[in-house]
Design a protein around this ligand. Structure first.
Ligand code: FES
Length: 157
């Protein structure tokens, strides 16, 4: 089924447009809004957002693939994004990822069969002073230890 903004999101989109001098400049917030509604950026979403802004799907695709905050496939309800850049790496990011793989039963880059968890690695999230850290959906979790991860996972159940 083709994607369209809900009436409420269409209103938000119209409001976003008023903030930019040219329509195409609204592409990032428009895509973010679409992802919040749909959960990920499908081809239908790219076509729809492109049509609203007078841009080709190829131009939208270029942008979506550049920014890691956009998901090109469905993701789980709980999306763990472990920072893998050097400061986090030196503080044990690899162990964080492998602990999550074991506890969540999902391999890096994959989503669990029940759609509950997705595990990804990302580049620096700007919180190097509290390494190792991860982003779970919209929230940061910092100074991670295996115990903290276990408590975090338990809080999701
Ligand atoms: S290196 Fe991990 S937050 Fe910067």
């Amino acid at each position: 089924m083709a994607f369209e903004f809900t009436a409420e999101n269409k209103r938000k989109f119209d409001e976003i447009l008023t903030r930019y001098p040219v329509q195409r400049a609204a592409m990032l917030p428009a895509l973010w809004l679409a992802q919040q509604q749909h959960g990920w950026i499908s081809h239908e979403v790219m076509e729809y957002v492109g049509s609203l802004l007078g841009l080709s799907p190829a131009k939208v695709y270029e942008t979506v693939t550049f920014y890691t905050m956009f998901h090109l496939k469905p993701i789980g309800r709980h999306h763990f994004q472990v920072c893998r850049t050097l400061p986090c790496q030196l503080m044990g990011a690899e162990g964080i990822t492998s602990h999550l793989e074991k506890k969540l039963g999902v391999k890096l880059g994959e989503t669990s069969g029940d759609g509950r968890y997705t595990l990804s690695e990302v580049e620096c999230l700007g919180s190097c002073g509290t390494a190792p850290m991860l982003q779970l959906n919209d929230d940061y979790h910092e100074n991670l230890t295996p115990e903290k991860l276990d408590a975090l996972i338990a809080s999701l159940k």
